[in-house]
Design a binder for this molecule. Structure first.
Ligand code: NAD
Ligand code: MG
Length: 392
């Protein structure tokens, strides 16, 4: 029996994780659940999975959640970032699903890595902000990092077993083919993209996801963040990663080898597949995902991304190449911009423009310490917010 903490259990990935866990009560027991809003959902999850702990943002929310739980529920309700960290690094925990959205997930993800846990990482922003620290924490503490992002999970599955970045040449790995659906505006004209609404941006053609990642998928910033994520996870440079638009989202990514072979992982677009893979690796377990019907799929299309209409992809590669704290700046500016777009205070194309302005004017803080990266994040948020109010 393995004990599991789900950080962000009320989100899209969190709910899918508990779906898979519920299918395997003989293998997994929930130790802790965490949420930020949606207290009623969190209360139902506590009743269903009987975790030792539930963690919410602030003490007022904790009081409300305690009020929602029946008397016989054994769950202890805690609040605050220190408690998120505590349930991620707790001695009893074997597996941590990191499914908080944004840089808010960094501290608990890093705590799980430092505690040598099996870390199932959906929270890509923690690698974007602090890739080096995250990878070092896993390596130095005997942990295992399994990517849950579907593309990176596919790449992990398509690489040779025991792959290490330093040995990629001797293993014959030539490059990574990172697939992108292209999002809801793949075929939209540049002028139509000026008038996009949050509802249109969140209506992803293939995946059902949280609102922030849905907007990131529409701007292709998601692919940019994933490019950075791939560079850290697989020790490659942006030039060794080719983004390929594949509108059906059936191939989840590929690895190209020197002999001309391309190995891909395919499946229906449902996050329960990579979640089940991460939970059970190196074994495999049922996920509840229906098998891929190749005949019904019938065709797979591919095209190059359009960097003119989707500048975020270029900005992300530039930030990674600059290094230091640039990716933390990129991520923080993007979080502010996406939230403003969702509040209808910034246009869709304004997201990339705002990120670019902040990236070009923010100071460099280096990437050697967590404090430097948090400072870069804070400064970028402040600059982005100031830009917003000066253009409003
Ligand atoms: P979501 O918005 O549906 O859920 C986010 C979760 O984080 C919720 O439980 C919420 O309560 C919690 N949360 C939000 N802000 C918080 C804060 N400040 N402090 C603590 N908790 C907070 O998001 P999602 O779509 O499930 O995505 C979660 C992560 O997984 C993101 O990093 C996303 O990029 C990544 N991801 C998601 C998908 C997907 O299909 N949804 C696919 C790949 C990667
Ligand atoms: Mg992805």
């Amino acid at each position: 029996m393995q004990l599991l903490t789900v950080l962000g259990s009320t989100g899209s990935i969190g709910v899918s994780t508990l779906d898979v866990v519920a299918m395997h009560p003989d293998r997994y027991q929930v130790f802790a659940l965490t949420g930020h809003s949606q207290l009623e959902l969190l209360a139902r999850q506590c009743v269903r999975f009987q975790p030792c702990y539930a963690v919410v943002g602030q003490e007022e929310l904790a009081i409300k959640l305690r009020g929602l739980l029946p008397r016989d529920c054994p769950t202890k309700v805690l609040s605050g970032v220190e408690s998120l960290v505590a349930v991620a690094e707790h001695d009893d925990v074997d597996i941590v699903m990191a499914a908080i959205v944004g840089a808010a997930g960094l501290l608990p993800s890093l705590a799980a890595a430092k505690a040598g846990k099996r870390l199932l990482l959906a929270n890509k922003e923690s690698l974007v902000v602090a890739g080096r620290l995250m990878m070092e924490a896993v390596a130095d503490n005997g942990g295992v990092l399994l990517p849950i992002d579907s593309e990176h999970n596919a790449i992990f599955q398509s690489l040779p077993a025991g792959y290490r970045g330093e040995s990629r040449k001797s293993l014959g790995v030539e490059k990574i083919l990172l697939t992108a659906s292209g999002g809801p505006f793949r075929t939209s004209s540049a002028s139509a993209m000026l008038k996009v609404t949050p509802e249109q941006a969140c209506a992803h053609p293939n995946w059902s996801m949280g609102r922030k990642i849905s907007v990131d998928s529409a701007t292709l910033m998601n692919k940019g963040l994933e490019l950075i994520e791939a560079c850290w996870l697989f020790s490659v440079e942006p030039a060794e990663v080719e983004v390929v638009v594949h509108p059906q989202s059936v191939i989840h990514s590929m690895v190209q080898y020197v002999d001309g072979s391309v190995i891909a992982q395919l499946g229906n677009p449902d996050m329960r597949t990579p979640i089940a893979y991460g939970l059970a690796w190196p074994e495999r377990i049922a996920s509840g995902v229906s098998p891929l019907d190749m005949v019904a799929t019938s065709r797979l299309d591919f095209e190059a991304p359009d960097l003119e209409r989707f500048p975020c992809l270029r900005l992300a590669a530039e930030a990674f190449n600059v290094g230091g704290s640039a990716c933390a700046t990129l991520n923080a500016a993007n979080e502010v911009a996406v939230a403003a777009f969702l509040r209808e205070e910034l246009s869709f194309m304004g997201i990339a423009a705002l990120v670019e302005r902040v990236l070009n004017s923010a100071p460099q803080f280096g990437s050697d310490s967590l404090e430097a990266l948090i400072e870069a994040d804070n400064v970028a948020r402040r600059m982005a917010t100031e830009q917003l109010s000066s253009t409003a």
